[in-house]
Design a protein around this ligand. Structure first.
Ligand SMILES: Cc1cc2nc3c(=O)[nH]c(=O)nc-3n(C[C@H](O)[C@H](O)[C@H](O)COP(=O)(O)O)c2cc1C
Length: 188
């Protein structure tokens, strides 16, 4: 099998989880943006990154407030997820239009999305302008997880299959695949 050189790879790191990021404006009105650029960047302390283009409404809201929530949707609400990724909060109330339910967070002003089984409350600790996207680094203040997907509460471990996460790859939505093996690496 021979390989070809591809000089302009399209989003070559895949898959990634789909996240619904909630933010809030100065009047307290919440917005939702769908993102494929969601990643872990530190396990201890727990820190995540989200990549948002400067043109999005959410980018400015998060820059201003310094806070966001990462909500992980299930495959059941893919239509609502897609809607939040195709219209802007500048002109559309996405909570109203999708029927998704905002719930108060504990430490930050942007709301959790009730229909998402996992939510991460984040404070922005850094922003990098990298090109097409700005990378927001979020310190995870607390995670909310639905009871029936929790495996080990003390260690903060949830069952990825039960979370029914929506996966993003090559401009399509996918579901979580089958478990192949367990890792043998242990943290030192
Ligand atoms: C599956 C999916 C993934 C997306 N990923 C990103 C992303 O990682 N970064 C980004 O800036 N926009 C991404 N978008 C586009 C935004 O969600 C879209 O521009 C949205 O309408 C912006 O909303 P806002 O203006 O209310 O912030 C994605 C859209 C979809 C449907």
């Amino acid at each position: 099998m021979s390989k070809k050189i591809i000089n302009n790879p399209f989003r070559p790191v895949f898959p990634t989880p789909v996240g619904l990021i909630t933010s809030i404006d100065v009047d307290g009105k919440p917005n939702i943006i769908t993102l494929g650029e969601v990643a872990m960047v530190s396990l201890n302390p727990t820190r995540v990154s989200v990549g948002m283009r400067p043109a999005t409404y959410s980018n400015g809201l998060v820059k201003k407030s310094g806070e966001f929530v990462v909500n992980f949707p299930t495959t059941d609400i893919v239509d609502k997820v897609d809607f939040c990724g195709t219209v802007s909060g500048r002109t559309t109330d996405k909570f109203k239009e999708t029927g998704l339910t905002p719930e108060p967070a504990i430490y930050v002003k942007p709301p959790l999305i009730k229909e998402c089984p996992v939510n991460l409350e984040c404070k922005v600790i850094g922003i990098l302008s990298l090109g097409s996207h700005d990378l927001f680094i979020g310190d995870v203040l607390v995670m909310h997880a639905e009871e029936d997907i929790i495996i080990d509460e003390d260690r903060g471990i949830i069952d990825p299959a039960k979370a029914k996460g929506l996966i993003f790859a090559m401009n399509s939505y996918w579901s979580f695949g089958e478990k192949i093996d367990v890792i043998r690496f242990t943290r030192k």
